[in-house]
Ligand binder design. Structure first.
Ligand code: ZN
Length: 364
């Protein structure tokens, strides 16, 4: 999704949404199914309750969350460590951090303020989480999202997608992530989206699961510019599914005008990122051993800015279906973007350096 871009309260909360430590280990009281798994969410809400009440959270409770499959999907998809997740919840919910939260609330960092608001929303609405989940645990919505995701996969590859990925719910912020194990999503974020945007965001994530599933077994991200292309192609295709919606009116409603402007500006960096990639590749060629990729320059916003920019050009040139046939080759986005740039003959489209194109074409 957009970023690692991307809940207070408590009194004596005895509602059907409450999950006691004892119950949590056995059977989550929240509705759960093969398609929607709420075990990790129940554990995260239990931790949030304890933190906001100023209670000490025993290591055992944290470990129960970290051992859940939902958390493991998050860990693998984002590289987010257990420590950083724990710090994130402690920051947002422990009383000891209330001054730091106040400074953000009063400050000018729009993204941090939005993140804070989200976690405040979670805590204010945690009692309603069962209803929120019921709104989302909708097999028709899942089916629509799945069909939408599959419409961006060539027909010849569909038979390789056997099972439907599980969506794991967890409090993570205004975001969702995925890898070949499934999707991890924050239901409180989905709650703020209209139905069309929910379908689109879920389809974006399901496409990621399928993209990873369809990669050749021997695929390796050890080469920095293959790793880069992997991110850019993965996000570029999936952004065609949900960004027209999220960066438009639906995004304004969910994120607010100020934050959506920040996102639109981030997504407008495509040409500048391509320049960074070109010069990064030349540095790599000069000294492959000493080269240390600067991911903040090569892949800002997780590959979205350049990926969406290149994918839009490919679609505008009428090459989308041809590109999708090479879905399992992450280098293809650079080659098809170059074809699109030449076909469109649009001088505004940033060129890819010929040496980098040779690399992606397999000429070196
Ligand atoms: Zn994504």
């Amino acid at each position: 999704m957009l970023r690692s871009l991307s809940c207070f309260f408590v009194i004596f909360w005895v509602s059907s949404c409450h999950v006691s430590s004892h119950k949590m280990q056995d059977e989550p009281l929240l509705p759960t199914s093969d398609l929607f798994d709420t075990a990790a969410l129940g554990r995260s809400i239990d931790l949030i309750n304890k933190l906001s009440l100023g209670q000490t959270v025993p290591d055992e409770s944290w470990n129960q969350l970290f051992d859940s499959k939902g958390f493991q999907v998050l860990e693998i998809a984002t590289g987010k460590s257990r420590y950083s997740y724990q710090s994130m919840l402690e920051f947002h919910y422990s009383k000891a951090k209330s001054n730091e939260r106040y400074l953000i609330r009063e400050g000018k960092d729009v993204i941090k303020k939005a993140e804070l608001s989200h976690f405040e929303y979670v805590i204010a609405n945690r009692k309603a989480c069962e209803g929120i989940i019921k709104n989302f645990v909708d097999e028709r919505l899942y089916e629509e999202a799945d069909q939408l995701a599959r419409s961006f996969i060539p027909k010849g590859m569909l038979s390789r997608l056997n099972s439907k990925p599980t969506v794991f719910f967890l409090v993570i912020g205004q975001n969702a992530y995925a890898n070949d194990l499934g999707v991890v999503a924050d239901p409180f974020f989905f709650e703020t989206l209209g139905r069309e945007a929910r379908v689109a965001v879920l389809a974006h994530e399901l496409h990621h699961v399928y993209f990873d599933t369809l990669l050749p077994k021997e695929f390796s991200r050890s080469h920095p510019f293959t790793s880069l292309a992997y991110n850019i192609q993965k996000e570029g295709i999936a952004d065609l599914i949900d960004k027209p919606n999220l960066l438009g009116r639906a995004g304004e409603r969910t994120f607010g005008e100020e934050l959506i402007k920040v996102y639109r500006d981030l997504f407008a960096q495509g040409p500048a990122v391509i320049e960074n990639i070109n010069s990064g590749y030349l540095q790599y060629q000069q000294d492959k051993v000493a080269f240390k990729p600067n991911w903040a320059e090569l892949r800002p916003v997780g590959g979205h800015a350049s990926g969406y920019y290149m994918a839009l050009a490919i679609r505008r040139a009428g090459l989308l279906n041809e590109w999708l046939l090479e879905l399992s080759n992450p280098h293809a986005i650079f080659l098809y973007y170059d074809k699109a740039r030449k076909k469109l003959n649009d001088p505004a489209l940033a060129p890819i350096h010929p040496a980098l194109l040779s690399f992606y074409a397999g000429a070196e």
